[in-house]
Design a protein. Structure first.
Length: 270
C-alpha cells in the first residue's frame, strides 16, 4: 500500500521537479537504493529490496509479475535491478495505467497490462477512491475496527476487464518460474483462487504481497487467509514479514510478507 499523498506547492513543487529529474537518471536511482539496502543490512532491518533482487538473481525467473502496479514505482525498481528479466505490470485504473506506461516507456523489459487479477475472467466494478492507490474491486469496510479514513472515500466506480492468473499464464506465459508482487487492496485471496493451476504446477517461486491485519475491505483476504492458502495448500514457506504499519492508536493495520518455494528457501538460507 503506497504512502499517503503529499500536498506540494511553490518551492516544494520546484524541489519535487528537481527530484523527479534526478530520479530519471538510472545510475543515481540505483546508487540511492543500494545505499538504502546497505543501511538496512547494517541496522538488521528486514528489507524486501535486499531479498527480492537476491532471489531473482539466484533463480533467474521466466518473469516478474507486478500485480497492482499503480503508477509503476515498484515496477521501475524491479526493472532497474533486473534489466534482463521480463517484467509484466498489471494495473486496471485507466489514469494510473497511463502514468505507469509513461514511467516505464524507456524500460525495454517492461510490458503493461491494463487489467485486474481475480478469481474469474470477465468485467467487474472497480471502486475509485480519493487516494487512487486504494482503488479496489472490493467495497470499503465499515464499522468497529475499520481504520478507513477520508482517503478511502469513493469518488466513482467504473467497469474494468478482469482475468485470472491461470488464464493469463496459459495465453501469455505457459512455462517457467514466476516471482510475483501483489498489492491488490484486499483482493490477493481472489487472485490466488484464480491461480490454482499455476500454484499446483509449482511455478510460483516467490510471492511478495501486501497483507492486511485490520478490516479494510469487505471480503478481503487477511494475512492468515493468505498464509493458510500458500503454506498448507501449496507448500510455500513464509520467509519474512516486513516492517509493520500502524494506525494512530498503535494497532497493526498492514504490512508486506514474502513466501518462497522450498528450493528457493534453501537457496536464500545459504
Amino acid at each position: 500500500m503506497p504512502g499517503r499523498p503529499v500536498c506540494v506547492c511553490g518551492r516544494h513543487k520546484t524541489m519535487g521537479t528537481v527530484r523527479e529529474s534526478i530520479r530519471n537518471i538510472q545510475t543515481v536511482r540505483r546508487w540511492w537504493r543500494r545505499a538504502g539496502r546497505a543501511r538496512s543490512r547494517l541496522l538488521g532491518k528486514p528489507d524486501a529490496w535486499v531479498d527480492l533482487p537476491a532471489l531473482c538473481r539466484r533463480i533467474r525467473p521466466a518473469a516478474v509479475l507486478d500485480l497492482g502496479a499503480h503508477v509503476g514505482r515498484i515496477t521501475e525498481r524491479f526493472a532497474d535491478e533486473l534489466s534482463d528479466v521480463p517484467i509484466h505490470a498489471f494495473e486496471p485504473t485507466p489514469h494510473s495505467a497511463a502514468a505507469l506506461r509513461q514511467r516505464v516507456a524507456r524500460l525495454r523489459n517492461v510490458t503493461v497490462h491494463e487489467i485486474a487479477l481475480a478469481d474469474r475472467s470477465g468485467v467487474l466494478p472497480l471502486f475509485l477512491n480519493r487516494f487512487d492507490a486504494t482503488n479496489s474491486l472490493l467495497e470499503n469496510a465499515h464499522g468497529p475496527g475499520s481504520p478507513q479514513d477520508e482517503l478511502y472515500e469513493h469518488v466513482g466506480r467504473i467497469e474494468v476487464c478482469v482475468t485470472t492468473l491461470d488464464d493469463w499464464c496459459t495465453a501469455q506465459l505457459p512455462t517457467g518460474d514466476l516471482v510475483i508482487k501483489a498489492d491488490l487492496q484486499g483482493c490477493e485471496g481472489r487472485m490466488l483462487a484464480g491461480a490454482c493451476r499455476v500454484l499446483r504446477d509449482g511455478r510460483v517461486a516467490a510471492l511478495y504481497s501486501e497483507v492486511l491485519f485490520a478490516p479494510m475491505y469487505e471480503g478481503q483476504a487477511s494475512f492468515w487467509d493468505l498464509h493458510e492458502t500458500l503454506t498448507t495448500r501449496h507448500g510455500l514457506a513464509l520467509w519474512q514479514i516486513y516492517p509493520l504499519h500502524r494506525d494512530p492508536i498503535g494497532r497493526v493495520i498492514w504490512s508486506d510478507a514474502l513466501w518462497l518455494r522450498e528450493d528457493v528457501l534453501a537457496l536464500m538460507r545459504r
